[in-house]
Design a protein around this ligand. Structure first.
Ligand code: FPP
Length: 232
């Protein structure tokens, strides 16, 4: 089956799950699962460019992931730092905008600086916007949006007001959300933004995810009838 070029999702959001199980299956430490997960991130970015997807968002570290042991958390931060530093030139060459959502405040200073630099150097690009959700939680995003609105003295709040004050204010809502590894839950990802997203749950562990899986996800998306509460 071929992809319909006219119906490519504008924004794909990905919950990268199964790195730990991928590593365990191979008798490897969890960190090597996350490391292989970064290769899958790179592959997916390349495929998004090829397929003409405009926005791709990766759930890299949730507000709940601080519960993991310090070594694992530090290991994920190292991978983000290294990936940003190593791939910045390629991002610039391909006109990819780097963006983040989530509260960066508790991160180590050098990681915050690497993120800010990557964002600054790529801010004028719009071929593909790659967003990393870092210390991101849907509930935290909403709570921070409400705090901003309260501090502006707003008492009558519309969905549009909320949307404009979320971390995702510059992104369209995701059309397609993919969660790998066979788990079927949202785990506090973009709760408000996913109101009408199409969901897809492949069994593949994230480090094995490749262009074929992405195309299968989009083919499934293209078979859906999106009514947004209306009638076709
Ligand atoms: C979920 O799998 C994965 C994570 C919480 C971390 C994902 C992070 C990366 C792939 C590195 C991020 C780097 C960049 C550049 C975005 P899991 O550990 O929960 O897997 P399991 O459920 O099998 O244990």
């Amino acid at each position: 089956m071929k992809l319909k070029k006219s119906c490519i999702p504008t924004h794909i959001a990905i919950i990268m799950d199964g790195n730990g199980r991928w590593a365990k299956k191979r008798g490897l430490v969890r960190h090597l699962g996350h490391k292989a997960g970064v290769d899958a991130v790179k592959r997916t970015i390349n495929s998004c460019m090829k397929l003409g997807i405009k926005f791709c968002t990766f759930f890299a570290f949730s507000t709940e992931n601080w519960k993991r042991c310090k070594d694992e958390v530090d290991g994920i931060f190292d991978l983000v730092r290294t990936h940003l530093n190593d791939s910045i030139e390629k991002m610039i060459e391909h006109k990819i905008k780097i963006n983040t959502i989530g509260n960066l405040q508790p991160f180590p200073q050098d990681l915050k600086e690497a993120i800010e630099q990557a964002k600054e150097k790529t801010k004028s690009f719009d071929r593909l916007t790659v967003t990393f959700a870092l210390n991101y939680g849907g509930r935290d995003d909403l709570a921070r949006a409400f705090s901003k609105l309260a501090s502006q003295g707003k008492t009558e709040i519309s969905p549009q007001d909320i949307s404009c004050n979320l971390d995702t204010f510059m992104l369209p809502d995701p059309d397609l959300v993919v969660r790998t590894s066979g788990e079927m839950r949202l785990s506090n990802f973009m709760l408000f933004q996913m109101a009408y997203s199409e969901l897809y749950f492949p069994k593949t562990y994230w480090p094995d995810f490749n262009e074929k899986h992405l195309i299968k996800a989009i083919l499934s998306y293209q078979k859906r009838e999106r009514r947004f509460g209306g009638i076709k």
